[in-house]
Write a protein that binds this ligand. Structure first.
Ligand SMILES: [Zn+2]
Length: 129
């Protein structure tokens, strides 16, 4: 399959290899496999750092804090209502979004040929040596 046919969004949502769109990207919840089981793409060059987690924290924060503020202003519920509502929601949203977002981030890095400590725009390549 041509790598240009796989969008980073599709690879992210399905958590698959950004090159072939077939192989599994993760071997654990957030731990990447060493390489693609289908096309052999080396995943070890990936170093997203805290990028995906930072963005997910910001997005989930927006999705949770604004409704919490609206509920507080509109109904003035006791504190335990906020804890029961928003803490599980924030946890569930974070866990649900972080994995596909990390896969999306990885696919963007692959598509834009981002390798730590190197600049250039030669396009995606398998040669990471
Ligand atoms: Zn692959």
């Amino acid at each position: 399959m041509n790598q240009a046919n796989i969008s980073p969004i599709s690879a992210g949502v399905r958590c698959v290899c950004p090159k072939c769109g077939e192989g599994a990207l993760f071997q654990g919840y957030l731990k990447l496999a060493d390489e693609c089981e289908c096309c052999g793409l080396d995943y070890r060059y990936e170093d997203a750092g805290d990028g995906p987690a930072s963005v997910v924290i910001l997005l989930v924060g927006i999705l949770v804090v604004f409704p919490a503020l609206l509920v507080e202003v509109a109904f003035k519920p006791p504190l335990w209502v906020h804890i029961v509502l928003w803490l599980p929601l924030a946890t569930i949203l974070t866990l649900a979004v972080l994995r596909p977002f990390k896969a999306f981030w990885f696919a963007l890095m692959y598509r834009n040929n981002v390798v730590q400590g190197r600049t250039g725009s030669a396009g995606p390549t398998d040669d990471q040596s």
